[in-house]
Design a protein around this ligand. Structure first.
Ligand SMILES: [Zn+2]
Ligand SMILES: [Zn+2]
Length: 329
């Protein structure tokens, strides 16, 4: 099968011919139908997340069809279309797993990082961590739901919005374009913060219902109740703190960020709160897909053939994608 592998930090992915993997206990063999390209894949390709295994195949927004089941795997029939997310396994017995925080597991298994992911024609996954997918989304449009949507949704829930609120979204890419639609449907006023001069993203945000869109160093017309930071830029933390009201929350939703510059304590004063979001739990996924059933969102995707994964990576890196980049084998 064709797979796109990480070779060394910062180098392009390399197309390789690998044997089709065999499913182990509780695993399914999946023919990949589509796989989203996430910012985290860039961090893995660039070595900003230290490599755990040589020759990793990235990709953790995998839409695929079950073609074989390993021993004990009975949850999905052969032929079922499923989604494989970033959390590919957890230990089940550490303190975090025991407290319904499997996203913080001490020995997690991440798809496309600890085990091969979806930048390939086939992959295997532990079926207990996979999701059934709504039929309303075709393969390409379902892919970004699996990380941008799902972890974006965890960040959105952790913002703790109550009643109609003013929500800021910093970085208007794959995650923000999904969460903006959910927030608008739930009655919140979405404020989109984009790279200064990125008029196209600002326009895209307004088309999706944002009441305000402006540069990330600008202040909103009124203080925000909460802000979600999806761009991997540490300088956005003090910028977002400046934009939220007393008691407001700033949620950092990415796995990696450039250093946060020092800032005056006055920005944090007033019981403002900064927190991060790490990974996902299976419960987040169930809650997210329930939410989508109530508030369908339209995902915007730009598709690339699997063999052109490097072009998709470059476009994402350049901020040239409205919505999400998706690879099609
Ligand atoms: Zn654990
Ligand atoms: Zn991701």
């Amino acid at each position: 099968m064709l797979a796109m592998q990480v070779t060394r930090a910062g180098a392009p992915l390399q197309a390789v011919d690998l044997p089709v993997p065999q499913p182990g206990p509780h695993e399914v063999l999946v023919q990949v139908l589509a796989c989203g390209v996430c910012r985290t894949d860039l961090h893995i390709i660039d070595g900003e997340l230290p490599p755990r295994h040589p020759g990793m195949v990235p990709g953790h927004e995998v839409v695929g069809r079950v073609v074989a089941a390993g021993p004990g795997a009975t949850r999905f029939a052969v032929g079922t279309r499923i989604g494989i997310p970033w959390l590919g396994g957890s230990c089940g017995h550490c303190a975090y797993c025991g407290a319904q925080h499997e996203n913080l597991c001490d020995t997690p298994v991440f798809t496309g990082y600890d085990r091969p992911g979806g930048f390939a024609e086939y992959t295997v996954a532990d079926e207990r961590y996979c999701f059934a997918l709504p039929d309303a989304y075709d393969d390409a449009h379902a892919a970004p739901l699996l990380c941008a949507g799902l972890i974006g949704f965890r960040a959105y829930r952790l913002a703790g919005l109550q009643g109609r609120s003013r929500l800021g979204l910093y970085g208007f890419g794959a995650a923000a374009h999904i969460i903006a639609q959910i927030a608008v449907a739930e009655g919140h006023a979405v404020h989109a913060f984009v790279r200064p001069g990125d008029d196209q993203s600002a326009r895209f945000a307004r088309e999706l219902g944002a009441v305000w869109a402006g540069a990330s160093d600008a202040l909103p017309p009124e203080p925000l109740d909460a802000a979600l930071i999806f761009a991997p830029v540490g300088a956005l933390v003090p910028a977002a703190l400046r934009a939220v009201r007393k008691g407001g929350v700033v949620v950092c939703a990415g796995i990696h960020m450039s250093d946060i510059p020092s800032f005056p304590y006055a920005l944090l004063w007033g019981e403002r709160c900064v927190r991060s979001v790490a990974n996902l739990t299976r419960e987040d996924g169930e809650a997210f897909f329930d939410c989508l059933a109530r508030h369908p969102v339209a995902t915007h995707v730009q598709t690339y053939p699997l063999a052109q994964a490097n072009a998709a990576v470059a476009a994402l890196r350049a901020g040239a994608i409205d919505g999400a980049a998706v690879l099609l084998p």
